[in-house]
Design a protein around this ligand. Structure first.
Ligand code: GDG
Length: 734
C-alpha cells in the first residue's frame, strides 16, 4: 500500500484476530462476533487499515508488543494496546456494564460508575491520538460501535475537514431509555462529530433522531441534522453477510464430512439449531423454556427431534454473564434429565466457539434454525443460516426483535417472550410443506444476495463520500480570515462608522431564564473600547425591554432600540416610542397565551410595553414544538382583524404591533448621514429586517449558518466577540 494514497481507516474495539501468547510463541486466532465477520469480508478489497485492540492487555503483551504489532501490521492491522486497568474499567465496565445493557433495554443490569466513564473517555482519547498519528486529513475514518461513541467528536476537534463515519451495531434505544444515561449529552455530541451516522434499521434511526431532538432541541430535515454548523446525516444500512461464502462452503468436502459425522451420531432426529454468544439479550433461557413446553405438549415428537445449542463464551468477566451461564447449564441439565431416555439426549449443548467449517456443517445439517433474541441490533446468524441452506428446506424461526426481521419477514416470526407461541412455532416448522419452505426461503435468499456485506459497506462509504457537511452556499458566505481582514481594513479606513448589534445570541449566549444573560466582564470591556472611539456610533438593537437595557448597559455611550423597534433611545436622550402605538389589544390576547402557559409546564409569558412573548426554552423540545404550533394557529385566528404581527422564532412566539420592526427602527441612524462603514450583527429572524435595509456597502453578519439576508456568517458568540475585540485593536494581518 502506498502510504500517501487516501486510505479507509476502520476502527473497532477488537481486531478480527486475537493474540494468544505462550512463552515466547505468539499465535493468532480469529475473533468471533458479528462485527468481525461482517467487516472481514470487505476488508482487504479497499486501500484500508484496521485499527483495534489485539485481544491482549498491554501488560500481558509485555516485551512482545513490538513483535505483535509488526506481525499484525503485515495484514494492515494497527494494534492499540489497552492497559489491564482500562480493560476492566472501559471494556468490562462502561462498555458492557453501562452502554450495552442500556442500549438493549436491559436496564436492570446497567451500572453507572464515574470511574468507568473516565476510563471510557481515556481509551477513546488514546485511540484518537493513535489515529491522528497514523492517518492523514484526506483519509476516510470509519468508526464502529458503542465502544467509541466519543471518538468522532475527538477527531473532528483536531481535523475539522476529515471525513468521518460512525456505525452502531447495536440498537439505538427509545429516547426515554437513552435519557437515563448520566453522560447522554457527551455521547450524543461525540457521535454527532461524524458526517454520517449509520444504524441497522429505520426504527433505530428514528430513535436516534428523537434522542438528538430531545437533548439538543435540534430538528432534523429528512435525517439531516444541522449541528455545530455542520450537516450530519443519519440513515439505516442493514448489515449484510458474505452471501457467496456461506452459500458455497456447504459443498466443500470437509463440511460434507462434518455433516455426515453429525448425522451418524443421530438416529434420524430432526435438528433444531441455535448459535449465539452467551448473552442475556439472545433469549437462550426463553428458548429453552419454549423447547421444554413443546416436548411436554407434543410427546409424539420426543426422540424425533433434538436441539443443538452453540453458546459462544462472551464477556466472561462480567458478573451478569457468569450468572446467565449458571442458569443455562442448570436448565439444560433439567430438560435433559426430565425428558432424556437411554438412547436420546434432547439437548446437545456446546459452550465454546467452533471452527468455521463445523459451524457451516451445523447450519446445513439443521432442519430448523431458532434465532430468538430478546433484542438484537441485526443478527447475522439468521442470515448466514439461510444462505447456507440454499435449495435446502430448512426453516428459520426468527424473533421480531432482531433487526434482521425487517428484511426476513417470510420467516416464522415470533415474539421471544411468548413461550407458548415459540413452542407452537417449533411444531409448525416441523410440519411446514417442503415447497412452502423453499419458496419463502428463496425470496429471503434473493434479498440477502443482493444486499450483502460488500454492498452494505460500499453503500455506507459512498454515502459518506457524498455528505456535504458544509453546503457550497455556506462556504461562500463564511467569514473567512481573508474577508475578516478586508472588514478590519474597511473599518480602520473609515472616519464615520455605524455598528448595529443585537444582544441575545449575538453578544451573549442563551440561558433558560432571559434575565440570566447579563453582560460579563469580557463583553463590558469590548463595548467600553468600541464606544470610547469617537468615530463610532454603536447601537444595541434588541428585543429586550427598556428597563433591562438601561440597567445592564446604561453606563456605556450606546444608542438603544428596545422591544424589536418599539422604543428608541439615541445616545444622551431619553426613550421615545417610534410612533404612537396601542396596547389595548393585550387584554384580548393575554388570556389565550396564559391558557397555553397553564397547559405547558416550563413555558413563561413575558410582557413588554407593546408586545407579549411566549417563551418555551425550558420545555421538552418535542412538546414545545407541538404547543408552539397549536398556539400559533390560535393566535393567527384571534388576531386576524387586528393590526398585529404574530412572529415565531426559536422557541418563542411574539405578538406585537404590525409594521414595527428592527429594520424600521434602525433607519433613524442609517439615514443620519452617509456612513463610511456600517456593520450589523444578529442571530435571528428579527435581525433579518436590519440586514434587509442596509445599503450595499454595509457589512452584515449572522451568527449561525442558516438562510439569511446577511452577507456572511460566523459560528458562535465567541467569534462575534473576537471580531469586535479586534476592531478596537490595532490593524493586524490576521
Ligand atoms: C453484534 C450485534 C449485529 C458465532 N458463533 C461462532 C461464530 N459466530 C459468528 C456468527 C456470526 C457472528 O459470530 C455473530 O453475529 P451476530 O450478528 O449474530 O451477533 P453479535 O455478535 O451480538 O453482533 C448484532 C452484529 O454485531 C453486526 O452488526 O448483527 O446485533 O449484537 O457471524 O457466524 N463463528 C464461528 N464459530 C462460532 O462458534 N466461527
Amino acid at each position: 500500500m502506498n502510504s500517501t494514497e487516501k486510505k479507509i481507516i476502520l476502527v473497532s474495539n477488537r481486531l478480527p484476530v486475537s493474540v494468544v501468547t505462550r512463552g515466547k510463541s505468539i499465535d493468532f486466532t480469529q475473533s468471533a462476533g458479528g462485527l468481525a465477520t461482517g467487516l472481514d469480508s470487505i476488508y482487504g478489497e479497499q486501500n484500508s487499515l484496521w485499527v483495534g485492540w489485539p485481544g491482549i492487555s498491554r501488560e500481558k503483551a509485555g516485551k512482545n508488543q513490538r513483535a505483535i504489532r509488526e506481525k499484525l501490521a503485515g495484514n494492515r492491522f494497527h494494534s492499540v494496546f489497552i492497559s489491564q486497568k482500562d480493560l476492566d474499567l472501559f471494556y468490562n465496565g462502561f462498555c458492557n456494564n453501562t452502554l450495552w445493557p442500556l442500549f438493549v433495554y436491559f436496564t436492570q443490569h446497567v451500572k453507572y460508575d464515574s470511574r468507568q466513564w473516565e476510563a471510557y473517555v481515556r481509551v477513546n482519547q488514546q485511540f484518537c491520538d493513535e489515529i491522528l498519528r497514523i492517518s492523514s486529513p484526506e483519509d476516510t475514518i470509519w468508526v464502529h460501535d458503542y465502544h467509541f461513541m466519543l471518538l468522532p467528536r475527538m477527531l473532528r476537534e483536531k481535523r475539522p475537514d476529515q471525513r468521518i463515519g460512525f456505525f452502531l451495531h447495536i440498537p439505538w434505544p427509545a429516547s426515554e431509555i437513552y435519557r437515563e444515561l448520566p453522560w447522554r449529552d457527551a455521547i450524543i455530541d461525540g457521535v454527532l462529530g461524524a458526517d454520517l451516522v449509520g444504524l441497522h434499521t429505520n426504527d433505530y434511526v428514528t430513535h436516534f433522531l428523537h434522542s438528538v431532538r430531545r437533548l439538543t432541541g435540534i430538528e432534523h430535515y429528512l435525517g439531516t441534522i444541522r449541528y455545530k454548523n455542520r450537516d450530519v446525516k443519519a440513515d439505516s444500512f442493514p448489515m449484510g453477510i458474505d452471501y457467496q461464502k456461506f452459500a458455497t462452503t456447504p459443498a466443500e468436502k470437509p463440511v460434507q464430512r462434518e455433516i455426515k459425522k453429525i448425522k451418524a451420531q443421530l438416529s434420524g432426529e430432526k435438528i433444531i439449531l441455535s448459535v449465539d454468544r452467551l448473552d442475556y439479550t439472545k433469549g437462550i433461557l426463553e428458548r429453552l423454556e419454549a423447547y421444554e413446553l413443546f416436548l411436554k405438549r407434543y410427546p409424539k415428537y420426543r426422540e424425533k427431534v433434538m436441539f443443538i445449542i452453540v453458546a459462544v463464551p462472551s464477556r466472561t468477566k462480567v458478573e451478569s454473564y457468569q450468572q446467565l451461564k449458571r442458569q443455562v447449564d442448570e436448565r439444560v441439565g433439567e430438560i435433559n434429565g426430565r425428558f432424556g431416555t437411554l438412547g436420546w439426549v434432547p439437548i446437545w449443548y456446546l459452550y465454546k466457539s467452533i471452527p468455521f467449517h463445523r459451524l457451516i456443517a451445523l447450519y446445513r445439517a439443521a432442519d430448523i434454525g431458532m434465532v430468538t433474541p430478546i433484542r438484537d441490533g441485526m443478527n447475522l446468524v439468521a442470515k448466514e443460516f439461510l444462505a447456507a441452506n440454499e435449495g435446502h428446506p430448512a426453516v428459520l424461526i426468527l424473533s421480531e426483535r432482531a433487526g434482521a426481521e425487517r428484511e426476513l419477514g417470510e420467516a416464522l416470526v415470533v415474539n421471544p417472550n411468548d413461550i407458548q407461541g415459540m413452542a407452537e412455532s417449533i411444531k409448525s416448522a416441523l410440519e411446514l410443506p417442503r415447497k412452502t419452505i423453499l419458496r419463502e426461503n428463496a425470496v429471503m435468499q434473493e434479498r440477502l444476495k443482493r444486499y450483502d456485506a460488500r454492498r452494505w459497506a460500499a453503500d455506507f462509504l459512498e454515502r459518506l463520500d457524498k455528505v456535504e457537511p458544509i453546503s457550497p452556499r455556506s462556504v461562500r458566505r463564511a467569514l473567512t480570515p481573508k474577508i475578516r481582514t478586508q472588514l478590519l481594513k474597511a473599518y480602520h479606513q473609515a472616519k464615520t462608522r455605524l455598528i448595529l448589534l443585537d444582544y441575545d445570541g449575538t453578544l451573549t449566549g442563551f440561558h433558560d431564564k432571559p434575565e440570566a444573560a447579563k453582560p460579563g466582564k469580557a463583553l463590558q470591556k469590548i463595548l467600553g473600547k468600541l464606544t470610547d472611539d469617537p468615530k463610532n456610533t454603536v447601537a444595541i438593537v434588541s428585543g429586550r425591554d427598556r428597563r433591562t437595557l438601561d440597567e445592564w448597559l446604561g453606563d456605556f455611550n450606546l444608542n438603544f432600540i428596545a422591544e424589536h423597534g418599539v422604543w428608541l433611545k439615541p445616545q444622551g436622550e431619553s426613550w421615545r416610542l417610534i410612533e404612537p402605538l396601542r396596547s389595548d389589544w393585550k387584554t384580548s390576547v393575554r388570556p389565550l397565551m396564559e391558557h397555553y402557559i397553564d397547559r405547558t409546564p416550563g413555558a413563561i409569558l413575558e410582557e413588554k410595553d407593546y408586545s407579549l412573548v411566549w417563551h418555551c426554552r425550558k420545555v421538552d423540545s418535542e412538546f414545545a414544538s407541538r404547543r408552539t404550533l397549536e398556539l400559533m394557529e390560535d393566535l393567527v385566528q384571534l388576531t386576524a382583524h387586528l393590526s398585529l404581527n404574530v412572529l415565531q422564532g426559536h422557541r418563542v412566539i411574539e405578538v406585537k404591533n404590525a409594521n414595527v420592526d428592527k429594520g424600521r427602527a434602525v433607519a433613524q441612524w442609517l439615514n443620519q448621514r452617509d456612513w463610511d462603514f456600517i456593520l450589523s450583527i444578529g442571530d435571528d429572524w428579527t435581525d433579518e429586517d436590519v440586514f434587509r435595509v442596509l445599503p450595499d456597502h454595509g457589512w452584515s453578519i449572522r451568527v449561525g449558518d442558516t438562510d439569511s439576508h446577511a452577507k456572511y456568517w460566523v459560528p458562535d458568540v465567541n467569534r462575534v466577540l473576537s471580531l469586535l475585540d479586534s476592531l478596537s485593536g490595532r490593524m493586524t494581518n490576521e
